[in-house]
Design a protein around this ligand. Sequence first.
Ligand SMILES: [Zn+2]
Length: 314
Amino acid sequence: MIHQLTIPTPYAVGDVNAFLVKGDALTLVDAGPRTKEAYGVLENQLGELGVRMTDIEQVLLTHHHPDHSGWTDAFPNAVLLGHEYNNNWLTRDGGFIERHDRFYMDRFVEQGVPEQYLGLVKKMKRAAELMGQRRLDRILTEGDELPGLPGWTALETLGHAQSHLSFWNPGKQVLIGGDLLLSKVSSNPLIEPPLSPDEERPKTLLQYNRSLERLLELPVGTVFSGHGDPVTDVHPLIRQRLEKQHERAMKVHGMLADGPKSVFELTTQLFPKAYQRELGLTLSETLGQMDYLMEQGLIKRNRDDRGIDRYEQS
Ligand SMILES: [Zn+2]
């Protein structure tokens, strides 16, 4: 039995969902943002289901973003499980933070972001205040059976986050999908540093598309999502999302008709109002389209002597 809990967040996305799953182990999937308000709502909604915070035996994370990973330490009797990548954020290890800042600084240079915006790199971690601070007790990887939940498996569904897992129950044809597929909006393929320092920048939109395409191979009846109502027209919605993304990419391709442009230049044209407020999100969207068009062989990239990448139609 799956119960959806709906928790307020301070983010533009609005409410976030968490799920109570009553298996052999009483399980909570995701834990809201670390705000007082979210804690109260979580406690109340669990209470309405006859569950106290101390009753929860395990917390599973779909990904590390703060609206999902906040109250990981509010359940004194629960073990915490998720993708290995979560630990980078749950522990905020100094080495990772340094690598994180360097990673974004390198990306900003490649993308041609003007100097006045470079200070934003440090602010990109502010969200971490709303994340929990507790290391995972157990790491889940692709194909793992979920402990305490017979019939459920973990799927690695990267793209929106480098820690993203979905939880699949083939018997019930139900997926708890985190932010993989949302009913109302498309999911942002956020640019994030790779799990291991020697890996290249993950091409997050391509990862994301592959994760969606993977669901097309599975008989998914319902996706319980991180935001909004459960999705029941799963395959049609996935096809629609993939088509829309292709259309957006082709629009960007058209914007290169009058010559080479950097990711930053394209972003200011694509999101003239939003880019200053949401620079990280909007650059991720644009870079995603560049990765897609490169993969399709429709554009090429040249790096100038200042290290700025410019893309042009091929
Ligand atoms: Zn989310």
